[in-house]
Design a protein around this ligand. Structure first.
Ligand code: 13P
Length: 261
């Protein structure tokens, strides 16, 4: 892991209306301390992004889109493009398991979105992970391999350091069922091995790999201490400002431990 900056992303999913999001940001802003070693990213709904972008202290938080369409403009009713999000968000989730499994996003959509994000100066957070069935069938490595190749096939080694990879096993997302640390380390290794194969060791080493799936403040420190894990993608627990702030604090403490060690 070349990049020691931890990244903590709060994915609010389809929660908080304009008023609630604004109140939440106000509350969170009063709690979270800006640390140079932790990047705190908030992913509200598309509806609230612009107004939050006017309220947010950029030194404290970055913003992420949960989704977007890969074409820059045109006749695509109901969609918002990465080029329209440019300047409002610094990150965007791509290929979240809820997009893959509820909205049937496929590898082509996902690779086009990864490329569109990069083209528009937005860092894609490419989410990959196996279902319970794939895990039980021993297919985890194959799924990670296929989703990585599928998502990154338009990306050059120069662009790779813009990409964050989130390992989010589908069976763990929103289930209060957290992956075992050994499984997370093994998945992170598989991901880096595959990146190395595609882009070479230096480029692979520079990529931030984060974990997501039922993480709370109680479990955060243990996951942040795992080798090869550079941060966390938080769903449910990010909706509680106190919980989320505790997770950010753990990320800061874990960076201090790395520096001291
Ligand atoms: P939970 O933390 O609620 O399991 O959600 C994880 C997730 O999907 C973050 O993107």
């Amino acid at each position: 892991m070349a990049n020691q900056k931890k990244i903590i992303v709060g994915n609010w999913k389809m929660n908080l209306n304009l008023h609630e999001a604004s109140l939440y940001l106000h509350k969170l802003s009063g709690m979270v301390k800006a640390h140079r070693d932790v990047e705190v990213v908030l992913a509200p709904t598309i509806l609230t992004l612009q107004s939050l972008s006017l309220q947010v202290n950029w030194r404290q938080f970055k913003l992420a889109a949960q989704n977007f369409y890969w074409r820059d403009h045109g006749s695509f009713t109901g969609e918002v493009s990465a080029s329209q999000l440019r300047g409002i968000v610094q990150y965007a989730l791509v290929g979240h398991s809820e997009r893959r499994h509820i909205f049937n996003e496929n590898d082509k959509d996902i690779r086009n979105k990864v490329a569109a994000a990069i083209r528009n100066n937005i860092r894609p957070i490419l989410c990959i992970g196996e279902t319970a069935w794939e895990r039980a069938s021993g297919e985890t490595n194959d799924v990670l391999h296929d989703q990585l190749i599928g998502g990154l096939s338009n990306i050059t080694s120069e662009e790779l350091d813009q990409v964050v990879i989130a390992y989010e096993p589908v069976w763990s997302v929103g289930m209060n069922q957290i992956a075992k640390p050994d499984d997370v380390v093994a998945a992170a290794k598989t991901i880096r091995r595959q990146l190395e194969h595609l882009y070479g060791p230096a480029a692979a080493d520079a990529v931030q790999v984060i974990y997501g799936g039922s993480v709370t403040s109680d479990a955060a420190a243990a996951y942040l201490a795992l080798p090869g894990i550079d941060g966390l993608l938080i769903g449910g627990a990010s909706l509680d400002a106190h919980e989320f702030n505790e997770i950010v604090k753990k990320a800061h403490n874990s960076s201090l431990l790395i520096k001291e060690g």
